[in-house]
Design a binder for this molecule. Structure first.
Ligand code: FES
Ligand SMILES: [Fe+2]
Length: 390
């Protein structure tokens, strides 16, 4: 079997690999943080962690979305300690010694500042440390590295696939939940990157896998490790889900479903009437923060919103018929991989990019190898060991 078609399971469990991913992937890539509707008003913020670095994403007093380290420049205390909220009066005040900053990142007050005069501490030089931030389709991305290309360049053709369903009209996040999953982050990515596992879900078996149309569905693998599962008609009507046609998402056909997976960890699903965004924060080799958002249109009526919420929750909510099964699957994988009892995983399906082809998983790992420099079939080897097979 070619080395691209199986995985050394230590890529999930090895602490050195985890550290390498933090340094070479998460510290250098664009990372989805939230949708702009979640920070719709001036002063609204969310906090996040990227490559271990705590961050703030906020809308400043002028309405511009900005990002900073969530670290006080004085002595390193956390500035904002909630996962989301709103900053009053354009002031972020550190709780430790009460230094204050405005939402443009300037240090605007230092208590008892006279004691710094002798050493000439310059207030203009102790502002918040900014982080690169860019928006696409209202999705807010941040990047810690200076070498990454601009966001659109990094997304490449995957951006075109997002524009149809997500860029036509303003969106609004109506659902948010988070879960700490006892599994490696890549195992969850793979649930959105391979169609083969749809066999797990009774819902997907009834609405998708068993239908002739499903077999015509194609994956497209993009440079940069991104993947698109092109739109297909799914039999949602078989599942007694109502109101599909009239509330179809713009850019979608009735009962359509599309998936765009952005390397490393952002997964966009649009299914007929609702959207879902999953994103991940790796916390340890076997611990991952999963954040799930449900999206509708910004100008939905109350009735339309209620319908989208219902459709979302039936399948994708924390008690829906799909998502909990994925978590269940990856947590069993993690336990078994951690035991060391299974050395390799097989990602060898070849079906001309059809729905159950493993090509998108292999595309993810091609980028993973480029970024980490390690071979995915044997972490003791350099990535060049795989190049001949690519
Ligand atoms: S650490 Fe923030 S004011 Fe001192
Ligand atoms: Fe799944």
């Amino acid at each position: 079997m070619p080395p691209t078609h199986y995985l050394d399971n230590r890529i999930y469990t090895d602490p050195e690999v985890f550290a390498l991913e933090r340094e070479r992937i998460f510290a250098r890539c664009w990372k989805f943080v939230c949708h702009e509707s979640e920070i719709g008003n001036r002063g609204d913020y969310r906090t996040a962690t990227l490559a271990g670095v705590p961050l703030i994403v906020l809308r400043d007093a002028e309405g511009t979305v900005r990002a900073y380290y969530n670290i006080c420049p004085h002595r390193g205390a956390a500035l904002l300690r909630e996962s989301a909220g709103s900053i009053a009066n354009d002031r972020i005040q550190c709780f430790y010694h009460l230094w204050s900053f405005d939402t443009a990142g300037r240090c605007v007050n230092i208590p008892e500042a006279g004691a710094y005069e002798a050493v000439g501490l310059d207030r203009d030089r102790v502002g918040l440390r900014p982080v690169r931030v860019e928006l696409f389709c209202g999705m807010v991305f941040v990047c810690l590295g200076n070498d990454a290309p601009p966001l659109l360049e990094a997304l490449g053709p995957a951006a075109d696939d997002m524009r149809g369903p997500l860029g036509a009209r303003p969106l609004k996040v109506f659902h948010y939940h988070r879960a700490e999953i006892k599994a490696n982050w890549k195992l969850f990515v793979e649930t959105n990157t391979e169609g083969y596992h749809e066999l797990l879900h009774v819902f997907n078996r009834r609405t998708g896998v068993g239908r002739a149309e499903y077999r015509k569905r194609r994956w497209e693998t993009h440079a940069g490790g991104h993947n698109t599962f092109h739109q297909a008609i799914i039999g949602y009507d078989r599942h007694e889900l109502e109101g599909r046609e009239e509330a179809t998402f713009p850019g979608m056909v009735p009962n359509g479903h599309i998936v765009v997976d952005l390397f490393p960890d952002a997964m966009f699903n649009v299914r007929a009437t609702v959207g879902r965004i999953d994103s991940l924060t790796p916390m340890a080799p076997g611990l991952t923060l999963l954040e799930c958002r449900g999206i509708g249109l910004a100008d939905d009526t109350d009735e339309e919103r209620a319908m989208r919420v219902r459709h979302h929750n039936q399948v994708w909510g924390p008690s829906g018929q799909n998502l909990p099964e994925d978590i269940w699957a990856v947590e069993t994988q993690w336990r078994n991989m951690e035991s060391g009892a299974l050395a390799y995983s097989i990602v060898a399906r070849e079906e001309d990019r059809a729905a159950m082809d493993d090509a998108p998983v292999r595309n993810f790992y091609a980028e993973w190898r480029r970024k980490t420099g390690r071979a995915s079939h044997d972490i003791g080897l350099d990535a060049s060991a795989v190049q001949a097979a690519e």
